[in-house]
Design a protein around this ligand. Structure first.
Ligand code: ZN
Length: 373
């Protein structure tokens, strides 16, 4: 359903913000954590809904020695977050790939390391929606193995089946740097392929066949539309934002602009049954983040929006890049999902709507995509 989601009027929204501001002046020292305790709906929604961050980075080192010398508090941070699951995502194209074979070599090293990391944190990979529901019931967080960029495929499509057998269920077709065998146009590069390449198309078909959800973040609009045409399962754009929601940091906005999606393109994705994840970039507070989600809901519809922070749940101690999920904004003391639920309630979303955005929409699409066709 597109364009029918207009119940959050501008006026209601302004009133909410104004009263939040007034509360701050009355109780300037009250923390966000205290507010959460005051509203029992927050804990209820966190516990009843299956919250998922559909794009969360776990980029472990390519050098096994470096990996062994670091500790990752994945379980602790997941428990703190209130999320039931994350798409545990890694990429292999940084630093840049120079030779054929490197991408695949890195891919296998990282999967081996993640096997170890998950085992030491007593966390499993979800292979289907049933695994997620069981994990949620048992209050035991779980991860969906995700890869950002099909670089590891190189010229061997059969590697997708190997990825599937290693637990991969969510594949970002492209990332920042090109593959040895190009899969399509990357939105931050000048277009060269008029959308997806033949290998890109074949990758989508093979993901459909195996039961891997296709993520079209980093694809040009033409690439997204090519994929929608060929895919017999719904797709996701896990981490983006509307190009009308630019925040207050002009420099950051300029840098992010090629990575943001237009209203027209977001509607095309939603009309095809796809979903769009809103990232935490370009929002300097939980309220701004909720506003960005609301803007996406107004365009794509309540059934087509999810969360894709593009943060890191448990970066290693010497990781200097990127924000930690549970500290996505300054002064937030509660875990990420608690903070998110509160900010969505504050701007007028209802409990069932938050459950959809928080995870329901992703799992609907994930369930269809991971069933063999
Ligand atoms: Zn990305």
């Amino acid at each position: 359903m597109i364009n029918s989601y207009k119940k959050y009027s501008r006026r209601k929204f302004t009133t909410t913000i104004t009263s939040a501001g007034a509360a701050f002046f009355l109780y300037p020292l009250s923390s966000f954590a205290m507010n959460i305790e005051e509203d029992p709906r927050i804990a209820k929604i966190v516990s009843n809904s299956i919250g998922i961050d559909t794009h969360n980075h776990m980029d472990v080192p390519f050098l096994k020695e470096d990996f062994k010398n670091q500790k990752y508090d994945l379980k602790e941070e997941l428990n703190k977050s209130g999320l039931s699951a994350i798409c545990l995502t890694f990429c292999v194209d940084r630093p840049k790939l120079n030779n054929k074979g490197y991408a695949y070599e890195r891919f296998i090293i990282i999967l081996d390391e993640l096997d170890e990391l998950l085992k030491s944190n007593n966390i499993n990979r979800a292979l289907n929606f049933t695994d997620i529901k069981t994990a949620h019931k048992e209050k035991h967080p779980i991860v969906i193995q995700s890869v950002e960029g099909g670089h590891f495929i190189e010229d061997k499509i059969e590697r997708l089946e190997l990825a599937y057998n290693r637990g991969v269920r969510h594949l970002g077709l492209l990332h920042d740097n090109p593959s040895y065998t190009p899969l399509g146009d990357i939105y931050t590069d000048p277009p060269k392929y008029n959308g997806l390449t033949e290998m890109g198309i074949n990758t989508i078909k093979e993901c459909n066949r195996l039961g891997i959800l296709v993520d079209l973040t980093h694809c040009s609009n033409k690439g997204i539309n090519d994929a929608i045409k060929v895919s017999n399962k719904p797709i996701i754009i896990s981490h983006t934002g509307l190009n009308t929601q630019l925040g207050n940091n002009e420099k950051m906005a300029k840098m992010m602009l090629p990575r943001l999606i237009s209203k027209e393109q977001a509607k095309i994705v939603a009309s095809a049954g796809g979903i769009l994840g809103v990232w935490t970039h370009l929002s300097e507070s939980p309220t701004e983040y909720a506003q960005n989600i609301l803007a996406m809901v107004e365009v794509a519809g309540i059934d087509h929006v999810c969360i894709g922070t593009d943060t890191k749940i448990a970066p290693s101690s010497n990781d200097k890049f990127g924000g930690k999920t549970n500290q996505a904004w300054e002064n937030t003391k509660q875990g990420f999902y608690y903070t998110l639920v509160k900010s969505l309630l504050d701007i007028g979303f209802k409990e069932d709507e938050i459950a959809k955005i928080g995870g329901g929409n992703y799992f609907r699409v994930f369930d269809i995509a991971t069933k063999k066709s």
